[in-house]
Design a protein around this ligand. Structure first.
Ligand code: FMN
Length: 200
């Protein structure tokens, strides 16, 4: 069987190396490696990425060179065929570090420039996966409409602009539950890494 090997960037947002989120990222990468892909970890907290959007970012939007830390992240993205975000669900959204990484790095003129067509990214097509540990149960998230809201905001609103032609949102519900539940979620993360689809 012919394999399509990819370079897979995993972007982890958690300050604790022993966290469930960190274990999810490791399992995902192990699965991707077992499938023959090369992997790279962006551990945003350990690396000390500054998530605060600043005047330098605004000036870059107006034509100046992007700040050097943003350029470094863009170089990392440029070599990736697939990107996996791992962050815990905080207040039904992204934690500040991931939010700031997205705001600053996927910038106007580099990632997108046409606000009228979400599918027109300046970036080449990529596979995008979100693995999001969450304390809530999946049925709660569905009945309250949170799942649909996140799916629209992230899969259509954010990652469509970024050229993710394959998109997979996986909420890892029950991440604070029993050991058996957490083990099942870690196995799911491995399987997702092992069965990554190439970009369309
Ligand atoms: C500040 C904060 C906000 C949170 N908000 C939510 C939330 O909106 N929905 C939810 O299901 N879980 C929420 N949680 C629970 C986390 O998603 C859950 O504990 C997750 O497993 C944390 O990741 P970790 O296990 O890697 O530490 C929140 C936790 C914290 C600390």
């Amino acid at each position: 069987m012919q394999r399509s090997n990819m370079h897979v960037l995993t972007v982890l947002d958690h300050p604790n190396p022993d966290s469930f989120s960190a274990a999810v990222a490791q399992q995902f990468m192990s699965g991707a490696e077992a499938a023959g892909h090369s992997t790279e970890l962006a551990d945003l907290n350990a690396e000390g990425f500054d998530p605060c959007w600043s005047m330098a970012d605004i000036e870059a939007d107006d034509g100046d060179t992007a700040p050097s830390d943003v350029q470094k992240e863009q170089t990392r993205i440029a070599r990736a065929d697939a990107i996996c975000f791992v962050f815990p669900l905080f207040w039904w959204g992204m934690p500040a570090m991931t939010k700031g990484w997205v705001d600053r790095v996927w910038s106007w003129g580099w990632a997108y420039d046409q606000l009228d067509d979400p599918e027109k990214s300046l970036q080449r097509p990529r596979t995008g996966v979100l693995l999001v540990p969450a304390g809530a149960r999946s049925d709660e998230m569905e009945t309250e409409g949170y799942l649909a809201a996140l799916d629209t905001a992230w899969m259509k609103g954010t990652f469509g602009y970024f050229g993710f032609t394959q998109r997979d949102l996986q909420i890892l519900n029950g991440s604070t539950g029993s050991d058996a539940r957490r083990k099942a979620l870690l196995n799911r993360a491995y399987d997702i890494g092992a069965s990554l689809k190439p970009p369309l």
